[in-house]
Design a protein around this ligand. Structure first.
Ligand SMILES: [Zn+2]
Length: 90
């Protein structure tokens, strides 16, 4: 049996942006995933007033949906685990 290498370079090419999942998901509780999604897909809007900098607002460039990244244990070194939640549209 002969193995044929197709030389498809697009297969291993890293993506610049993550696929938008903002319509499907409302919360990412895994710190790594939340961080990845926020940095690779969302645009940072700014910190939430009164949160002491432990809540950061992000916006999806594709859907315009707002997300909040929060650090419930922000007093820990490095900010501790983070959670990403989609804001409910009013
Ligand atoms: Zn999105």
């Amino acid at each position: 049996m002969t193995i044929i290498h197709l030389g498809d370079s697009s297969f291993s090419e890293p993506k610049d942006a993550m696929d938008c999942r903002c319509d499907e998901i409302t919360e990412i509780a895994n710190t790594m995933e939340a961080h990845n999604y926020a940095t690779k897909h969302l645009h940072r809007v700014g910190t939430i007033e009164g949160s002491g900098g432990w809540e950061i607002q992000y916006r999806c460039p594709a859907t315009g949906l707002d997300w909040i990244m929060s650090f419930p244990q922000g007093h820990l070194q490095g900010g501790g685990p983070c959670i990403l939640r989609r804001m409910r549209p009013d």
